[in-house]
Design a protein around this ligand. Structure first.
Ligand SMILES: C[S@@+](CC[C@H](N)C(=O)[O-])C[C@H]1O[C@@H](n2cnc3c(N)ncnc32)[C@H](O)[C@@H]1O
Length: 433
């Protein structure tokens, strides 16, 4: 039995089948609105699997809320390490995976619920293998799956770094835990024409990337914004947290990024400087592509995370749990912000707030980078190459993230001409990370 760390406090009332069916239909409607469901196959899987039976700790309403996830385990630092993912994320990744009847699928990171939906998608002629590094999670899934009527799924305790060679090859590999690297086992165990869907962390930003094998590389066919618990085991690579004001303001650092914590903590106490870009975005329009653009274009990059208390104390302008793109400039820093362009708050202009001895210059540098983003940068092209691949085999002008097993290359297509250079042509992404 897994350690439950976020028990619900309300009385548990036996779910009524009619209520569950009604809530499931409402969930499906919402998932369509959120564009998480696109095909009848995924819709049928969501409709068929009794979601609430896999999260008995939750009320029926919570179990069928599109954005609600349930943490089943945390580590010593209080960081979530196992959860039942939110319905929106599961549906979105199932769509990315394009699972068809008869396929052999490997799920890395178990829980039961997603494996049940995969079982619906592959049908009786297919096979689902679901692995988890944590025996508690496997035990929980082994208890919940048969109780919900699913008894044909291979459940194994194993480190996903090495896949499940005894059940390979797989037409689809779906990783449901945040990965920093792409170990060789995943490509090796992918069947011809197979697809790998993986939440990949790139400089602290996680995108669920759908890869297909192309010669000796993995080429992304698309990616979506998501968040997942961190990988454990051989592939573990945690981010670093640099406190700038206790736990209220912290920098999240990833990859080879460095920061002088003492100097930046001192900078935070200095007066705020600002610069504005002239680049605007409409209310409710998603702009997470700007985050990826900044993460890859800034030589020294971090994510500034802050609590609401930090805002109340006037330390920073906004609170963000996961952090906002930040330019690190020695003893100074500047972070992305925005302001409404009118009282109706229909349009927002991006800008930079900064602190430190050189903040005047740092905010200008950040504002200038924002000006170079035109919204099309949202459609980054991502490919993954073996760690030993020479530069000439990587796309020209790629920004390359070096990992233990791979080199992840990111490029942006040239922007199409636009009539209004001040307005970002936003195509995908989310309002906030
Ligand atoms: C978000 S949960 C999986 C959710 C699940 N797929 C569902 O149905 O909702 C992520 C899981 O990945 C597992 N995990 C972490 N590192 C792993 C690794 N190296 N190999 C296999 N599983 C791992 C964790 O124990 C955790 O249970």
């Amino acid at each position: 039995m897994s350690t439950s760390t976020s028990e619900t406090t309300h009385e548990q009332v036996a779910p009524q089948p009619d209520d569950a069916a009604r809530l499931r239909e409402e969930l499906i409607r919402e998932l369509h609105e959120l564009e998480a469901i696109a095909t009848p196959e995924v819709e049928r899987a969501v409709r068929t699997v009794p979601r609430h039976l896999f999260i008995p700790e939750m009320s029926l309403e919570e179990a069928y809320a599109a954005e609600c996830h349930y943490v089943t385990k945390t580590d010593k630092l209080g960081i979530s390490i196992s959860s039942v993912s939110a319905a929106r994320i599961q549906a979105m990744m199932l769509e990315q995976a394009q699972v068809r009847p008869g396929m052999r699928v490997l799920e890395i990171g178990a829980g039961g619920l997603n494996a049940a939906m995969l079982a619906e998608l592959v049908g009786e002629t297919g096979q689902v293998t679901s692995i988890d590094i944590d025996q508690d999670v496997i035990d929980r899934a082994a208890r919940l799956l048969p109780a919900a009527g699913y008894d044909s799924i291979n459940l194994l305790r194993a480190d996903g770094e090495f896949g499940a060679p005894e059940h390979a090859p797989f037409d689809r590999i779906i990783v449901t835990v945040c990965a920093w690297d792409l170990p060789p086992a995943w490509s090796d165990q992918l069947a011809e024409g197979g697809r790998l869907v993986v939440p990949l962390r790139m400089r602290g930003l996680t995108r669920s990337v759908a890869f297909e094998r192309e010669n000796n590389r993995l080429a992304a066919r698309g990616y979506e914004l998501c968040g997942f618990v961190p990988m454990q085991g051989a592939g573990e690579q945690r981010e670093r947290l640099v406190p700038l004001h206790g736990d209220d303001v912290r920098l999240r650092l990833d990859d080879d990024q460095h920061a002088d914590g003492d100097a930046l903590a001192a900078a935070l106490a200095m007066p705020r400087r600002e610069a504005w870009s002239g680049i605007t975005v409409g209310k409710g329009v998603r702009f997470d592509g700007l985050y990826l653009w900044m993460a890859m274009k800034l030589p020294d990059f971090g994510l500034l995370a802050a609590t609401k208390a930090a805002v109340d104390h006037g330390l920073v302008a906004h609170s963000w749990g996961l952090g906002v793109p930040t330019l690190l400039d020695g003893d100074s820093f500047a972070y992305l912000t925005y302001r409404p362009t009118s009282e109706t708050r229909e349009q927002f202009e991006f800008g930079a707030y900064g602190h430190g001895p050189h903040a005047e210059m740092t905010v200008e540098r950040l504002a200038s980078l924002i000006r170079s983003w035109d919204g099309t940068s949202l459609n980054a092209r991502i490919s993954a190459h073996p760690a030993g691949a020479p530069d000439e085999l990587l796309p020209p002008d790629a920004l390359v993230l070096a990992r233990r097993h791979s080199r992840i290359a990111i490029t942006w297509p040239s922007p199409p001409p636009t009539d209004d250079p001040g307005s970002a042509q936003v195509r995908e992404g989310a309002k906030h990370e």
